[in-house]
Design a protein around this ligand. Sequence first.
Ligand code: SF4
Length: 405
Amino acid sequence: MERWEVFQGVYVHTPFCLQKCLYCDFPSYSGFPEEVRQQYVEALCREIEIRSRQRDLPVAEGATVYFGGGTPTVLSEEQIGQIVGCLKRNGFWKKPAEATIEANPGTVNPEKLKTLRELGFDRISIGVQSLQDKELRALGRIHTAEQALRAVEEAKQAGFQRINADLMSGIPCQTVESFCNTLDAMLRMNLSHLSVYSLILEEGTPLERLVEKGNVSLPDEETSYSMYEMTRSRLEQAGLKRYEISNYAVPGEESLHNKVYWHYEPYAAFGVGACTFTGNERRTNTIDVREYINAWSAVIVALQSKESATFEKNISAAGSDCTLWETETLDRKTQISEAMIMALRMTEGVDLNIMQRRFGADISKYYEREIQMLLDKKMAEREAGVLRLTPYGMRYGNRAFEAFV
Ligand code: SF4
């Protein structure tokens, strides 16, 4: 079977955070009591069990696992263990080539990190964002720079050899110098992977309102550009090679799970707001925590009470009654367009022969005009059947991607 015919990754979403960051528009919520968190874990396990019976696609041996959020580490060790056990029993945790958990400084300690290693996680992604307390406060983060560095150190001591830190540029009151200090301090931790994102001012977030009212100002375009340029040169000098627009790794230490997304390969996803991708279809779960909990309980009741009806009818009925999920069918044109955009995010680019095998289309002809336009503008280069963005094309990635929409 080809890689794109089998689930290559498994994602589990935890929608809880101790406090909502000012810039965040992810499906994550603060303030839910422990009781609701436990109900959520049980609903999540029901979803995993039922989806395993539905069998959208087989799960590849070694499929990667990723616990994201929100903050998965707000769950207790027992709750995380309950989910891992459920994934194993239902064939979604099959000797994963990589099992990552996201963690927020302030929600982990040495014992918890040790337990995560024992549960089978071999990679941890820590939301550091900045190593300047003033900037962390401006983002509404719950931790200090010292706590972030301690979390990284404790993760190492717990036996995590593969550690990522998320950093951010374009933070209110950030300067080129303060950003540079954060990068240097992070590089001294000798991690094998760093993700460096530019802050995006999302609609409806408290930060957007603060900026609109003039209470907070963001670094100007020139400063942001200097930070962008500095990121690549400093990290590459330190041996972390850019392999995706915002991701850098020691060669061989790239995130295998994220590569599943960028290679447009199928993945199963569970939990609030989680989005399963089969290649032909995208199914997105409700972002409402209580609706999710109630609905998955209803699915169980439906299954128990209508023994004669088929499983699929029951599950669809429960889904349509309460908009438990939405399904989008992807036609071939959309699939080709999305696959191009995802692959061009990576410095390795798009292998046009693989695209032809997968979609039965000669991409050089299919997108002849668009590819030529990118080549003419020096935003892309083509070599031995591979199309990739140049550093200039990566800088203006969105403009390059528009060509394929
Ligand atoms: S920790 Fe992450 S998911 Fe939670 S509110 Fe902050 S940015 Fe959002």
